[in-house]
Design a protein around this ligand. Structure first.
Ligand SMILES: NC(=O)c1ccc[n+]([C@@H]2O[C@H](COP(=O)([O-])OP(=O)(O)OC[C@H]3O[C@@H](n4cnc5c(N)ncnc54)[C@H](O)[C@@H]3O)[C@@H](O)[C@H]2O)c1
Length: 305
């Protein structure tokens, strides 16, 4: 197996012999698709053993095949899992210990869009489904990872996928956003509680990432839209999230816990987008430069560009 065989862009540029996770074992929920899948492949390349715990057995089998083709046979296990069920989460994490003898990294990443539509049309059933997968699923992953890691006595890294939807009012459907805000909150609480055990807990807040979840079966169209959805000129990819997950998984982040890292190509940094809404006076396309003096009665000092 050589790194060059990998199809993902981020992994193509990895240095030969880069093995930041050598000897570690990771569990990745939702690892059969999208950013979880990118992360599974990245972790394998970095030397980890990986357990992918996902609801979808078809995409899980396809990932197993790809891993085998890439020369990772024996270092990737797939287990059908519903993260909303405690017994499934517990079993998936225990499988990592049974198979590879240890558990070092848990990436609680499985997700769905869940409840959509106006809040006035949102049912309690759709609320429950969304919260069960996105919030309870992460809680269960943290809980059982913490138990196993604490018993091992040598720390660990728990990574949770939140979203920029947790951070503002119009970046996702209401229930989804509430669930992701819960993920950020749980990340901070768990980080504080587990720090004495040297178990780090961090979250990733992705922006618009072109994955099957986001593309609605139209990847080309989505990539085109996502390319102009944030200040950064290229669309977000699963590999961009895999890079952040690798940072949190590796000892490079040994003093980082309780963080919620935004990975969004500057989308949230853009905020109210004044330079787009008032382009004559603000930002790189401004027609003027100089000093305005508000209501002082003094004249502005401006030059035309
Ligand atoms: N794509 C984006 O733009 C974006 C942005 C912010 C956050 N996220 C979050 O990133 C995470 C990964 O999403 P993605 O975009 O890679 O989506 P994806 O659909 O490509 O992958 C999600 C995976 O989660 C699995 N899954 C869903 N429900 C599950 C359950 N109950 N138990 C186990 N597995 C389950 C799916 O089968 C799938 O393989 C999710 O938590 C999502 O909310 C995505």
């Amino acid at each position: 197996m050589t790194n060059e065989k990998t199809t993902s862009q981020a992994t193509q540029s990895l240095p030969e012999g880069s093995t930041r996770l050598a000897g570690k074992t990771a569990v990745i929920t939702g690892g059969a698709s999208g950013m979880g899948r990118s992360t599974a492949l990245r972790f394998l390349i970095e030397g980890a053993n990986v357990v992918v715990a996902d609801f979808n057995q078809i995409t899980g089998a396809a990932l197993m095949q790809e891993a085998e083709n890439l020369g990772f046979a024996g270092r990737l296990v797939f287990v059908a899992t519903d993260v909303a069920l405690e017994r499934d989460v517990e079993a998936a994490l225990a499988l990592a210990v049974d198979t590879y003898g240890q558990l070092d990294i848990v990436f609680n990443n499985a997700g769905v869009g869940g409840a959509i539509g106006p809040l006035t049309e949102t049912t309690t059933a759709s609320w429950d489904y969304t919260m069960d997968v996105l919030a309870k699923g992460v809680f269960l992953g943290i809980k059982h990872a913490a138990r196993l890691m604490r018993d091992q006595g040598r720390g660990g890294s728990i990574i949770n996928t939140a979203s920029i939807a947790a951070l503002s009012g119009d970046a996702g459907p209401l229930v989804y956003s509430a669930a992701k805000a819960a993920v950020v909150s749980m990340t901070k609480s768990a980080a504080v509680e587990l720090a004495p055990d040297r178990i780090r807990v961090n979250a990733i807040c992705p922006g618009f990432i072109a994955t099957p979840l986001a593309d609605g079966g139209k990847p080309e169209k989505t990539r085109e839209i996502f390319s102009r959805s944030q200040p950064w000129p290229e669309y977000g990819q699963g590999d961009h999230i895999a890079g952040a997950a690798l940072f949190f998984a590796s000892d490079d982040s040994i003093f980082v816990t309780g963080d919620a890292l935004v990975v969004d190509g500057g989308l949230t940094a853009a905020g109210p987008e004044l330079s787009r809404k008032m382009p004559r006076t603000s930002g790189r396309n401004s027609k003027f430069a100089g000093i305005t003096k508000g209501s002082t009665g003094e004249a502005p000092e401006l030059k035309t560009l």
